[in-house]
Design a protein around this ligand. Structure first.
Ligand code: GTP
Ligand code: MG
Length: 144
């Protein structure tokens, strides 16, 4: 089954949005397979965003992501990668649609509260650590 890596960034944690953000994925009907509060070291942040290392905002991005604890999550479900990106909304929160996490909860690209994997392959690559094996009692009410 497809999995995606969702990370609540330090601004989301500091602003008390952890419950709100988790709630959106729960209510949608995806399955939570892993969760931890984590202080991201600089080298891991650089690795995570390595595709952006030539961009002028890269040093600010690394400072931002390592500025406080993040919440790391693995969410599972058919089509979860693309669907999570839709729930999160556009990179620039001012362009993100109302109803999306960034559209409702943020104003700046450099403080956009949450990360979501951009492909199933990257979802696999970004998830590390042990995942819970469980089935929600809701599954038969969500999936025919
Ligand atoms: P992630 O889910 O965090 O990967 O965001 P994304 O996939 O919507 O955007 P992308 O991967 O292109 O950029 C990663 C992150 O870098 C963004 O979420 C922003 O936090 C930051 N970022 C991207 N572009 C800019 C920019 O132009 N200025 C600043 N300050 N930050 C940027
Ligand atoms: Mg990205």
């Amino acid at each position: 089954v497809e999995q995606t890596y969702i990370m609540i960034k330090p601004d989301g944690v500091q602003r008390g949005l952890v419950g709100e953000i988790i709630s959106r994925f729960e209510k949608k009907g995806f399955l939570l397979k892993g969760l931890k509060l984590f202080q991201c070291p600089k080298d891991l942040a650089q690795e995570h965003y390595k595709d952006l290392k030539e961009r002028p905002f890269f040093p600010n991005l690394i400072d931002y992501i390592t500025s406080g604890p993040v919440v790391c999550m693995a969410w599972e479900g058919d089509g979860v990668v693309a669907s999570a990106r839709k729930l999160i909304g556009a990179t620039n929160p001012l362009q993100a649609e109302p109803g999306t996490i960034r559209g409702d909860l943020a104003v700046q690209t450099g403080r956009n509260v949450v990360h979501g994997s951009d492909s199933p392959d990257n979802g696999k690559r970004e998830i590390e650590g042990e995942l819970a094996q469980w089935e929600s009692v809701q599954t038969p009410w969500l999936i025919e």
